[in-house]
Design a protein around this ligand. Structure first.
Ligand code: SF4
Length: 245
């Protein structure tokens, strides 16, 4: 399943010049999870990732290609316990799955469902003192971090372990690379553009699944289908299969 590969290949070019700190996944080093929505009031907050209108980007790309060889967390820039004020922020997940579209198969439903399940993980992680506010329209993921969490030493390794633990509950997931960015010199506009493209690909899959018409000339998804290798094949493969019954 290689629809998102061209986006994955651009991640490095969006990141600034810094070398990341890498952590291997360790399920025993997760930050405490409160199990549901929490409120961190402004007066309790140490700072916000993406606060004061700074960039705050999030997206997840699914692939069965060789982009992820183990579960790991990469941190570019200051870690949570080192930040003193609003910083730009991005969290990008690259998720290696089993091949969800096998050779010669045209059924988009398992693929779409798996991608959706994986994407929904972001709504099931509730690190204590790390209040996430997501907007799927603007691709923002802004995080308010509490003074208490900072004084207790919260860091991206622990928060990343919490995310990866959730991702790995899905049996289709093989390995996860989770990237946190707080550097000033990353190309956040480029990351945001790719967050949108990721969303557009998933949206196109859902439209294909709904059984929309197959005239590319009059289709409003043509731009993304022209750009992303594999989408047209998926659509017309599905139609062929349904026609055959
Ligand atoms: S393959 Fe053609 S008809 Fe199908 S979604 Fe893409 S542009 Fe539209």
């Amino acid at each position: 399943m290689e629809l998102y590969n061209s986006i994955i290949e651009k991640i490095e070019s969006h990141i600034g010049s810094q070398t990341p700190i890498r952590y291997d996944y360790n399920p025993n080093k997760c930050w405490e999870d409160v199990g549901g929505n929490q409120l961190v009031m402004m007066r309790e907050a140490a700072y916000e990732l993406g606060g004061d209108s700074k960039p705050a980007v999030n997206y997840a790309c699914v692939t069965s290609g060789d982009y992820v060889d183990k579960d790991e967390i990469l941190v570019y820039g200051k870690d949570l316990h080192e930040i003193r004020g609003s910083v730009p922020f991005a969290r990008v997940a690259v998720i290696k799955t089993k091949d969800l579209v096998g050779e010669g198969e045209e059924d988009t439903e398992p693929l779409f469902r798996a991608i959706q399940d994986i994407d929904f993980v972001k709504y099931h992680v509730y690190p204590k003192g790390y209040m996430i506010r997501s907007s799927s329209d603007s691709f923002r993921e802004q995080v308010r971090v509490s003074k208490e969490a900072v004084s207790r030493g919260i860091n991206f390794e622990q928060v990343g372990n919490s995310y990866i633990t959730q991702f790995k509950k899905n049996p289709d997931v093989i390995a996860v690379k989770l990237i946190f960015l707080t550097v000033d010199d990353a190309d956040y506009a480029g990351l945001r553009a790719d967050a949108k493209k990721t969303r557009d690909i998933t949206l196109t899959l859902s439209k294909i699944l709904e059984g929309m018409a197959t005239d590319c000339h009059s289709c409003n998804l043509r731009e993304i289908c022209d750009e992303v290798e594999g989408l047209k094949e998926l659509h017309f493969g599905k139609e062929k299969k349904e026609f055959k019954g």
